[in-house]
Design a protein around this ligand. Structure first.
Ligand SMILES: C[C@H](O)[C@H](O)[C@H]1CNC2=NC(N)=NC(=O)C2=N1
Length: 104
């Protein structure tokens, strides 16, 4: 399932806590979840950004992305809903798949 198939109903605090237990690479920061990936090289990080951008566009759900040399930080929130929804955790799972083998 990609993020476009997930509901944009706001998750409860309990639902967010449960979702984070199964996605341990992500940390809560207010109305967002955040993960940083440290790639072996700058271009590996850019390659990950490119792959995530394609997946995000296909899903119609887009992360905030910060690039600092070879560390790429993804911040997820459903802006239209004003907080965290299943779309964010769906995209988080996709990013985890794409980052597997990149994170050093
Ligand atoms: C029409 C389109 O689905 C919306 O503008 C989408 C696009 N991508 C988005 N991405 C994120 N993260 N939050 C949104 O509310 C959002 N809205």
């Amino acid at each position: 399932m990609d993020a476009s198939e997930h509901s944009d109903t706001l998750l409860s605090e309990a639902e967010v806590a449960t979702a984070l237990e199964s996605q341990p690479r992500w940390v809560r920061d207010g109305d967002t979840i955040v993960r940083s990936v440290r790639a072996a090289t700058y271009l590996d990080g850019i390659g990950l950004v490119d792959a995530v951008a394609a997946a995000a566009e296909a899903a119609g759900h887009h992360p905030d992305i910060t690039i600092r040399w070879r560390e790429v930080t993804f911040t997820l929130s459903t802006h239209s809903a004003g907080g965290l929804t299943a779309k964010d955790f769906g995209l988080a799972a996709t990013i985890d798949e794409l980052a597997a083998g990149i994170d050093d």
